[in-house]
Design a protein around this ligand. Structure first.
Ligand code: GLN
Length: 492
C-alpha cells in the first residue's frame, strides 16, 4: 500500500474509490503525521474527532460506490475560513474563543463534496504578512532547510500553515487565501502549487475579511492536478457574496494535458528587477524554453505601471483592512480587555491588547490614507492607478494568452531575517500584488531549487476567468520542470 506521504490528492482519490484504503485509515495516518510534526507549528487547532466522524461518514458512502468528488479526502483549512462550531482565530488574539455559528461558503462546498477537515491551519494575523511571523500562535516553520544548515526557514505567508502542511504531507491539500500573494508566495517557498483564481470565482462569504476588493480563496496542493480538483470544488456562484461571479465552474481537471501549441506567452520586462538572484533569472529562462518546446510563442511585453503596484497595494489593502477590522471592539465576540471600563476605554484597551504590531501598523496606515484631507492624495489616487494597472493588463492580454514571471523575488528566508524591516517584507509581494489589483487569476508552480536547496516557483497570470488556459500552461511547466525534490523528515 502506498504510504500516505507519497500520495497526491488525486492518487488518494483514486485509492479511496478503488477501496485500496479507507478514508478512516487515510485520516488516521495524517493525524499521526500531524502529531509528530508539532515543531512545524502549522496547525492552530486539530479537529481529530470531527475528522474521524467525517471520515466514517465518507467510508459509508465510498463502500456503496457513492460520494462526491472529494469523498473522504483529508484537508487542512486555513484558519481564516469560518468553520461552524470550530474555533476560528484568523491568527489573532482578538478572536479568542470565537466559534462561528455558520460555515464559510468555500468550506461548505468542500464538505458537500465529501472532504474531511483535519484542522485549522496557522497564518499571519488576519493574513497580513509574508512569513507567518505575525501570527499570535507563533511562526510556522517550513519543512525545507538550506543544505547543511539547521536555520529555521519561513514557509512564506500569509498561508504559511497551508504551505508547510502540504509540503510536509500532513494533509492531502489545503485551503488558502490570497490578497496580495498569500497563496502563490508560500507555494513558491515550499515547492507546492498555489492557485489564486479570478476575483469573484470563490465566494468570500464566511471568510474573515482583510481587504475585500482583493481577497480571494484558492488551494495549495502538491500537484497542478490536485489544485484543479480542489479549485473546482471550492469555486462557484454564491448569492451571499455580492462580488461572486455567476458563471458555471468548468471541469478544470479535464483541460490538463491539452495542447498549448500556438498559445502566446507574454514576458514582461519590468519583472526583471535589480538584485534578483541569478538562479531565479535562470529558471525564468528555463520556463520560457519549456513553454516554447511545447509549441508556445514567446512575446516580449511591457507593463510599465508595475512599479506602482506595490505602493498602490499598500494603500488600498490597509485602507480596506482598517474599515473591515473596525468590528473587533470587544463587544460582540472574541477577546475583551479586563476591567470595568467605560465603553471608549473598553474599545481602546481591547484593540490595543488584542491586535499585534503588524495589524496595528496596517490599521494606522489605512486610517491615515482614508482620513479627510489625505483621502484624495492617497486612497483616491491609488484607486485611479489601480484602474490603470487593470487597463494595462487588459491591453496586454489582447496580444498574449498568458504571462510568465517568477513567483517571488527570492527563495524562502530564515525566521527573523526580515521581520524587523516591514518594507523589505513588503517587497516580497512585488510579483504577486499585480494580479490581485487587476482581479486576475495567477498560479505558482514549483520549478526548481536554488543553490542552497530551497524551492523556487514560476508564476502564470491569465485573463479573467481563464483559469483553464492557466492550468494547461501550469501543467506543461510542472511536467517539464519535473520537480521531485522533497524536504527531509527532520521534524519527526
Ligand atoms: N504579504 C501581503 C500582505 O501582507 C499579502 C498578504 C495576503 O495575500 N493575504 O499584505
Amino acid at each position: 500500500m502506498t504510504k500516505i506521504e507519497n500520495h497526491t490528492l488525486s492518487s488518494l482519490r483514486d485509492a479511496l474509490k478503488n477501496k485500496d484504503l479507507s478514508s478512516t485509515e487515510a485520516t488516521q495516518a495524517y493525524l499521526s503525521r500531524i502529531e509528530n510534526a508539532s515543531s512545524l507549528n502549522s496547525f492552530i487547532t486539530l479537529t481529530a474527532d470531527k475528522a474521524l466522524d467525517m471520515a466514517k461518514a465518507s467510508d459509508a458512502k465510498l463502500t456503496k460506490g457513492e460520494g462526491g468528488d472529494l469523498e473522504g479526502i483529508p484537508l487542512g483549512i486555513k484558519d481564516l475560513f469560518c468553520t461552524k462550531d470550530v474555533l476560528t482565530t484568523a491568527g489573532s488574539h482578538i478572536l479568542d474563543g470565537f466559534k462561528p455559528g455558520y460555515e464559510s461558503s468555500v468550506t461548505s462546498n468542500l464538505f458537500n463534496d465529501g472532504a474531511v477537515m483535519l484542522g485549522k491551519l496557522n497564518l499571519d494575523e488576519f493574513a497580513m504578512g509574508s512569513s507567518n511571523e505575525t501570527s499570535f500562535y507563533g511562526p510556522v516553520i517550513s519543512p525545507w532547510r538550506r543544505n547543511g544548515d539547521t536555520t529555521k526557514i519561513t514557509p512564506g505567508g500569509s498561508s504559511g500553515g497551508s504551505a508547510s502542511a502540504v509540503s510536509a504531507a500532513l494533509c492531502a491539500g489545503a485551503t488558502a487565501t490570497d490578497t496580495g500573494g498569500s497563496i502563490r508566495q508560500p507555494a513558491a517557498f515550499t515547492g507546492t502549487v498555489g492557485i489564486k483564481p479570478t476575483y469573484g470565482r470563490c465566494s468570500r462569504w464566511g471568510t474573515v475579511a482583510f481587504a475585500s476588493s482583493l481577497d480571494q480563496a484558492g488551494p495549495i496542493t502538491r500537484t497542478v492536478r490536485d489544485g484543479a480538483i480542489m479549485l473546482k470544488s471550492m469555486a462557484g456562484y454564491d448569492p451571499k457574496d455580492s462580488t461572486s461571479i455567476n458563471q458555471a465552474v468548468p471541469d478544470y481537471e479535464a483541460v490538463l494535458g491539452q495542447s498549448v501549441k500556438g498559445l502566446k506567452i507574454g514576458i514582461p520586462k519590468e519583472y526583471r528587477i535589480d538584485g534578483m538572484p541569478a538562479k531565479i533569472e535562470d529558471l525564468w529562462s528555463k520556463g520560457i524554453e519549456w513553454l516554447k518546446d511545447a509549441g508556445c510563442e514567446i512575446v516580449d511585453i511591457s507593463l510599465p505601471l508595475t512599479k506602482y503596484a506595490l505602493p498602490v497595494y499598500y494603500i488600498v489593502a490597509p485602507a480596506e483592512a482598517s474599515s473591515n477590522l473596525a468590528r473587533y471592539d470587544g463587544v460582540k465576540y472574541g477577546f475583551r480587555a479586563d476591567g470595568d471600563l467605560p465603553i471608549d476605554e473598553l474599545y481602546e484597551q481591547t484593540r490595543a491588547q488584542g491586535f499585534g504590531d503588524e495589524v496595528k501598523r496596517r490599521i494606522m496606515i489605512g486610517t491615515y490614507v482614508l482620513s479627510a484631507g489625505y483621502y484624495d492624495a492617497y486612497y483616491l489616487r491609488a484607486q485611479k492607478v489601480r484602474k490603470k494597472i487593470f487597463d494595462e493588463f487588459h491591453d496586454a492580454f489582447k496580444a498574449v494568452d498568458l504571462i510568465l514571471t517568477p513567483s517571488a523575488p527570492s527563495a524562502a528566508f530564515g525566521l527573523g531575517e526580515k521581520s524587523g524591516d516591514p518594507v523589505s517584507m513588503y517587497l516580497n509581494d512585488i510579483f504577486t500584488v499585480t494580479a490581485n489589483l487587476a482581479g486576475l487569476p495567477g498560479m505558482s508552480v514549483p520549478a526548481g531549487l536554488d543553490e542552497q536547496g530551497l524551492p523556487l516557483g514560476l508564476q502564470l497570470i491569465a485573463r479573467p476567468l481563464d483559469e483553464e488556459t492557466m492550468l494547461k500552461g501550469g501543467y506543461v511547466l510542472e511536467k517539464a520542470a519535473n520537480f521531485k525534490a522533497r524536504p527531509e523528515d527532520w521534524w519527526i
